[in-house]
Ligand binder design. Structure first.
Ligand code: OGA
Ligand code: MN
Length: 299
Protein backbone atom coordinates (compact mmCIF):
# COMPACT_ATOMS: atom_id res chain seq x y z
CA UNK A 1 0.00 0.00 0.00
CA UNK A 2 1.52 3.40 -0.93
CA UNK A 3 2.20 5.72 1.99
CA UNK A 4 -0.35 8.51 2.41
CA UNK A 5 1.32 11.84 3.28
CA UNK A 6 -0.12 15.26 4.09
CA UNK A 7 2.39 18.12 3.61
CA UNK A 8 3.03 20.10 6.80
CA UNK A 9 5.00 22.98 5.27
CA UNK A 10 5.38 24.58 1.81
CA UNK A 11 8.94 23.26 1.16
CA UNK A 12 9.34 20.04 3.21
CA UNK A 13 7.90 17.90 6.05
CA UNK A 14 4.91 15.60 5.88
CA UNK A 15 2.59 13.70 8.17
CA UNK A 16 2.10 10.02 7.41
CA UNK A 17 -1.29 8.50 8.11
CA UNK A 18 -2.63 4.99 8.43
CA UNK A 19 0.60 3.15 9.17
CA UNK A 20 1.95 1.08 12.00
CA UNK A 21 5.77 0.90 11.97
CA UNK A 22 5.73 -2.52 13.64
CA UNK A 23 3.83 -4.00 10.70
CA UNK A 24 3.05 -2.66 7.31
CA UNK A 25 5.60 -0.17 5.97
CA UNK A 26 7.68 -0.73 2.83
CA UNK A 27 11.28 0.34 3.41
CA UNK A 28 11.70 1.43 -0.23
CA UNK A 29 8.51 3.55 -0.17
CA UNK A 30 9.57 5.07 3.12
CA UNK A 31 13.08 5.95 1.87
CA UNK A 32 11.52 7.57 -1.23
CA UNK A 33 9.21 9.64 0.97
CA UNK A 34 12.17 10.67 3.16
CA UNK A 35 14.19 11.71 0.11
CA UNK A 36 11.32 13.97 -0.92
CA UNK A 37 10.04 15.37 2.39
CA UNK A 38 13.29 15.15 4.49
CA UNK A 39 11.10 15.04 7.64
CA UNK A 40 8.17 12.74 8.37
CA UNK A 41 5.85 12.70 11.36
CA UNK A 42 4.13 9.38 12.10
CA UNK A 43 1.52 9.87 14.81
CA UNK A 44 0.11 7.16 17.06
CA UNK A 45 3.16 4.89 17.33
CA UNK A 46 2.88 3.28 20.76
CA UNK A 47 6.21 1.46 20.59
CA UNK A 48 8.79 -0.16 22.83
CA UNK A 49 12.53 0.44 22.46
CA UNK A 50 12.86 -3.00 20.83
CA UNK A 51 10.22 -2.09 18.21
CA UNK A 52 11.86 1.27 17.56
CA UNK A 53 15.26 -0.43 17.12
CA UNK A 54 13.80 -3.09 14.78
CA UNK A 55 12.18 -0.45 12.54
CA UNK A 56 15.30 1.78 12.55
CA UNK A 57 17.61 -1.11 11.63
CA UNK A 58 15.70 -1.63 8.40
CA UNK A 59 17.34 1.60 7.13
CA UNK A 60 20.96 0.82 8.06
CA UNK A 61 23.33 0.36 10.97
CA UNK A 62 22.52 2.26 14.14
CA UNK A 63 24.87 4.61 15.93
CA UNK A 64 25.72 3.68 19.52
CA UNK A 65 25.66 6.60 21.96
CA UNK A 66 28.88 6.77 23.97
CA UNK A 67 31.89 8.83 24.90
CA UNK A 68 32.17 10.18 21.33
CA UNK A 69 28.73 11.83 21.57
CA UNK A 70 28.03 12.79 25.21
CA UNK A 71 29.41 13.18 28.75
CA UNK A 72 27.30 10.47 30.40
CA UNK A 73 29.32 7.60 31.91
CA UNK A 74 28.09 4.19 30.62
CA UNK A 75 26.95 3.20 34.13
CA UNK A 76 24.84 6.39 34.37
CA UNK A 77 22.83 5.67 31.21
CA UNK A 78 19.08 5.33 31.73
CA UNK A 79 18.52 3.73 28.31
CA UNK A 80 20.63 1.04 26.72
CA UNK A 81 22.20 -0.04 23.43
CA UNK A 82 21.52 2.18 20.43
CA UNK A 83 18.76 4.21 22.13
CA UNK A 84 19.88 7.77 22.84
CA UNK A 85 18.26 9.42 25.85
CA UNK A 86 16.79 12.78 24.80
CA UNK A 87 14.84 13.12 28.06
CA UNK A 88 15.33 15.34 31.10
CA UNK A 89 15.54 12.29 33.38
CA UNK A 90 18.48 10.72 35.19
CA UNK A 91 19.26 7.00 35.60
CA UNK A 92 16.84 6.89 38.57
CA UNK A 93 13.97 8.22 36.37
CA UNK A 94 13.99 11.47 38.37
CA UNK A 95 14.15 14.94 36.79
CA UNK A 96 17.72 16.16 36.29
CA UNK A 97 18.56 18.92 38.72
CA UNK A 98 19.21 22.41 37.42
CA UNK A 99 22.99 22.17 37.89
CA UNK A 100 23.30 18.58 36.63
CA UNK A 101 26.22 18.25 34.22
CA UNK A 102 24.32 15.96 31.86
CA UNK A 103 21.47 18.50 31.69
CA UNK A 104 23.87 21.32 30.90
CA UNK A 105 25.51 19.28 28.16
CA UNK A 106 22.08 18.33 26.72
CA UNK A 107 21.04 22.00 26.60
CA UNK A 108 23.33 22.21 23.55
CA UNK A 109 20.33 20.79 21.63
CA UNK A 110 18.83 24.30 21.80
CA UNK A 111 21.29 25.31 19.05
CA UNK A 112 20.52 24.57 15.40
CA UNK A 113 22.40 21.39 14.49
CA UNK A 114 22.55 18.25 12.41
CA UNK A 115 22.95 15.06 14.47
CA UNK A 116 26.42 13.52 14.61
CA UNK A 117 27.98 16.03 12.22
CA UNK A 118 30.93 15.60 14.64
CA UNK A 119 31.40 11.98 13.50
CA UNK A 120 33.70 11.21 10.52
CA UNK A 121 30.73 9.53 8.83
CA UNK A 122 27.77 11.62 9.93
CA UNK A 123 24.22 10.38 10.58
CA UNK A 124 21.55 9.63 8.00
CA UNK A 125 18.16 9.46 9.77
CA UNK A 126 17.26 10.30 13.34
CA UNK A 127 14.06 8.72 14.70
CA UNK A 128 12.68 10.46 17.78
CA UNK A 129 9.82 8.87 19.70
CA UNK A 130 7.78 11.07 22.03
CA UNK A 131 7.03 8.83 25.00
CA UNK A 132 6.02 11.55 27.51
CA UNK A 133 5.62 15.08 26.17
CA UNK A 134 4.87 18.32 28.06
CA UNK A 135 1.55 20.13 27.55
CA UNK A 136 3.37 23.39 26.99
CA UNK A 137 6.73 24.06 25.30
CA UNK A 138 9.41 21.60 24.25
CA UNK A 139 8.53 21.87 20.54
CA UNK A 140 11.23 20.94 18.04
CA UNK A 141 12.07 23.18 15.08
CA UNK A 142 13.39 21.89 11.75
CA UNK A 143 14.92 23.75 8.80
CA UNK A 144 15.12 22.57 5.18
CA UNK A 145 18.74 22.98 4.12
CA UNK A 146 17.99 22.20 0.46
CA UNK A 147 15.57 25.10 0.16
CA UNK A 148 18.05 27.27 2.08
CA UNK A 149 20.82 26.35 -0.38
CA UNK A 150 18.60 26.96 -3.42
CA UNK A 151 17.76 30.46 -2.17
CA UNK A 152 21.42 31.58 -1.99
CA UNK A 153 22.64 33.96 -4.71
CA UNK A 154 24.98 32.61 -7.40
CA UNK A 155 28.07 34.37 -6.01
CA UNK A 156 27.61 32.86 -2.56
CA UNK A 157 26.99 29.40 -4.04
CA UNK A 158 30.25 29.69 -5.99
CA UNK A 159 32.17 30.95 -2.95
CA UNK A 160 31.12 28.11 -0.65
CA UNK A 161 30.98 25.22 -3.13
CA UNK A 162 34.29 23.58 -2.10
CA UNK A 163 34.65 24.80 1.48
CA UNK A 164 35.35 22.26 4.21
CA UNK A 165 34.43 22.85 7.87
CA UNK A 166 35.70 21.41 11.15
CA UNK A 167 32.92 20.01 13.34
CA UNK A 168 33.21 19.09 17.01
CA UNK A 169 31.10 18.96 20.16
CA UNK A 170 33.79 21.27 21.59
CA UNK A 171 32.52 24.05 19.32
CA UNK A 172 28.79 23.67 20.06
CA UNK A 173 29.38 23.38 23.81
CA UNK A 174 31.70 26.38 23.75
CA UNK A 175 28.80 28.38 22.23
CA UNK A 176 26.69 27.39 25.27
CA UNK A 177 29.44 28.35 27.72
CA UNK A 178 29.91 24.68 28.67
CA UNK A 179 33.67 24.41 28.65
CA UNK A 180 34.50 22.34 31.73
CA UNK A 181 35.55 19.17 29.98
CA UNK A 182 38.08 16.56 31.06
CA UNK A 183 41.14 15.75 28.95
CA UNK A 184 39.47 12.45 27.95
CA UNK A 185 36.30 14.28 26.83
CA UNK A 186 38.29 16.82 24.83
CA UNK A 187 40.15 13.99 23.17
CA UNK A 188 36.93 12.12 22.35
CA UNK A 189 35.56 15.31 20.76
CA UNK A 190 38.47 15.76 18.29
CA UNK A 191 37.18 17.73 15.26
CA UNK A 192 36.25 16.05 11.98
CA UNK A 193 35.95 17.54 8.50
CA UNK A 194 32.68 18.02 6.59
CA UNK A 195 31.92 19.74 3.31
CA UNK A 196 29.81 22.89 3.65
CA UNK A 197 27.77 21.99 0.55
CA UNK A 198 26.71 18.37 0.23
CA UNK A 199 24.83 16.52 -2.45
CA UNK A 200 22.11 13.99 -1.65
CA UNK A 201 23.25 10.57 -2.93
CA UNK A 202 19.84 9.68 -4.41
CA UNK A 203 18.15 12.91 -5.48
CA UNK A 204 21.33 14.82 -6.38
CA UNK A 205 19.96 17.89 -4.59
CA UNK A 206 22.49 20.12 -2.89
CA UNK A 207 22.08 21.33 0.66
CA UNK A 208 23.90 23.53 3.12
CA UNK A 209 25.60 21.30 5.67
CA UNK A 210 25.56 23.55 8.71
CA UNK A 211 25.50 22.66 12.40
CA UNK A 212 26.33 24.29 15.74
CA UNK A 213 29.18 21.76 15.82
CA UNK A 214 30.83 23.57 12.86
CA UNK A 215 33.48 25.83 14.40
CA UNK A 216 35.77 26.84 11.57
CA UNK A 217 36.53 26.53 7.86
CA UNK A 218 39.75 24.91 6.69
CA UNK A 219 42.32 27.50 5.62
CA UNK A 220 40.29 30.44 6.97
CA UNK A 221 41.02 32.64 9.98
CA UNK A 222 38.53 31.54 12.63
CA UNK A 223 36.61 34.84 13.11
CA UNK A 224 36.10 35.09 9.34
CA UNK A 225 34.86 31.48 9.25
CA UNK A 226 32.51 32.08 12.19
CA UNK A 227 31.18 35.20 10.46
CA UNK A 228 30.26 33.27 7.33
CA UNK A 229 28.85 30.29 9.26
CA UNK A 230 26.71 32.63 11.34
CA UNK A 231 25.40 34.47 8.26
CA UNK A 232 24.57 31.20 6.51
CA UNK A 233 22.84 29.83 9.62
CA UNK A 234 20.73 32.97 9.95
CA UNK A 235 19.82 32.70 6.28
CA UNK A 236 18.97 28.99 6.52
CA UNK A 237 16.75 29.34 9.57
CA UNK A 238 14.47 32.10 8.29
CA UNK A 239 10.83 31.28 8.93
CA UNK A 240 10.15 30.31 5.30
CA UNK A 241 12.48 27.30 5.68
CA UNK A 242 11.33 26.26 9.19
CA UNK A 243 8.68 23.84 10.43
CA UNK A 244 7.90 23.80 14.17
CA UNK A 245 6.68 20.49 15.55
CA UNK A 246 4.31 20.53 18.49
CA UNK A 247 4.63 17.07 20.04
CA UNK A 248 1.76 14.75 20.84
CA UNK A 249 2.45 11.66 22.90
CA UNK A 250 3.31 8.66 20.62
CA UNK A 251 4.52 10.80 17.71
CA UNK A 252 7.48 9.27 15.90
CA UNK A 253 9.38 12.00 14.03
CA UNK A 254 12.03 11.03 11.51
CA UNK A 255 14.40 13.48 9.86
CA UNK A 256 17.20 13.24 7.32
CA UNK A 257 20.28 14.86 8.88
CA UNK A 258 21.84 15.21 5.42
CA UNK A 259 19.12 17.65 4.36
CA UNK A 260 17.86 19.35 7.53
CA UNK A 261 18.91 21.03 10.77
CA UNK A 262 16.86 21.02 13.96
CA UNK A 263 16.82 22.45 17.46
CA UNK A 264 15.01 21.89 20.73
CA UNK A 265 13.07 24.77 22.29
CA UNK A 266 12.99 25.69 25.96
CA UNK A 267 10.40 24.45 28.46
CA UNK A 268 10.20 24.14 32.26
CA UNK A 269 12.44 21.09 32.19
CA UNK A 270 13.29 21.05 35.90
CA UNK A 271 9.56 20.66 36.68
CA UNK A 272 7.83 18.50 34.04
CA UNK A 273 8.92 15.29 32.37
CA UNK A 274 9.74 15.15 28.66
CA UNK A 275 10.79 11.63 27.74
CA UNK A 276 12.03 11.14 24.18
CA UNK A 277 13.92 8.13 22.83
CA UNK A 278 16.10 8.48 19.75
CA UNK A 279 17.56 5.92 17.40
CA UNK A 280 20.04 7.13 14.79
CA UNK A 281 20.70 5.45 11.47
CA UNK A 282 24.40 5.87 10.61
CA UNK A 283 25.40 7.41 7.31
CA UNK A 284 27.16 5.32 4.70
CA UNK A 285 29.74 7.76 3.36
CA UNK A 286 31.85 10.67 4.64
CA UNK A 287 31.39 14.11 3.02
CA UNK A 288 35.19 14.44 2.71
CA UNK A 289 37.20 11.40 1.56
CA UNK A 290 38.51 9.33 4.50
CA UNK A 291 41.04 9.26 6.18
CA UNK A 292 40.95 13.04 5.63
CA UNK A 293 37.68 13.21 7.57
CA UNK A 294 39.66 13.53 10.82
CA UNK A 295 41.06 17.01 11.31
CA UNK A 296 44.43 17.27 13.04
CA UNK A 297 43.97 17.70 16.79
CA UNK A 298 44.22 21.37 17.79
CA UNK A 299 47.72 22.19 19.10
C1 OGA B 1 17.64 15.15 18.98
C2 OGA B 1 17.33 16.56 19.27
C3 OGA B 1 15.54 18.05 19.97
C4 OGA B 1 14.40 17.98 20.93
O1 OGA B 1 16.88 14.28 19.43
O2 OGA B 1 18.61 14.90 18.26
O3 OGA B 1 18.10 17.43 18.97
O4 OGA B 1 13.48 18.82 20.78
N1 OGA B 1 16.13 16.77 19.85
O5 OGA B 1 14.43 17.12 21.81
MN1 MN C 1 19.67 16.57 17.62
Amino acid sequence: MPISIRPLHPVFAGEVSGVNITADISTADFDAAMDKYALLVIPGQDITDAQQIAFSERFGELEIPGSASNVTAPEDRRLSGPVADISNLGPDDQLLRRDDRQRMFNLGNLLWHSDSSFRPIPAKYSMLSGRIVPDKGGDTEFADMRAAYDALDAATKAEIEDLVCEHSLLYSRELMGFTELSAAEKNAFTPVLQRLVRTHPVTGRKSLYLSAHAGTIQGWPMPEARGLLRDLTEHATQREFVYRHKWRSKDLVIWDNRQTMHRATRFNDTEVIRDMHRTTVAGTEPTVPLPMAHAPAPA
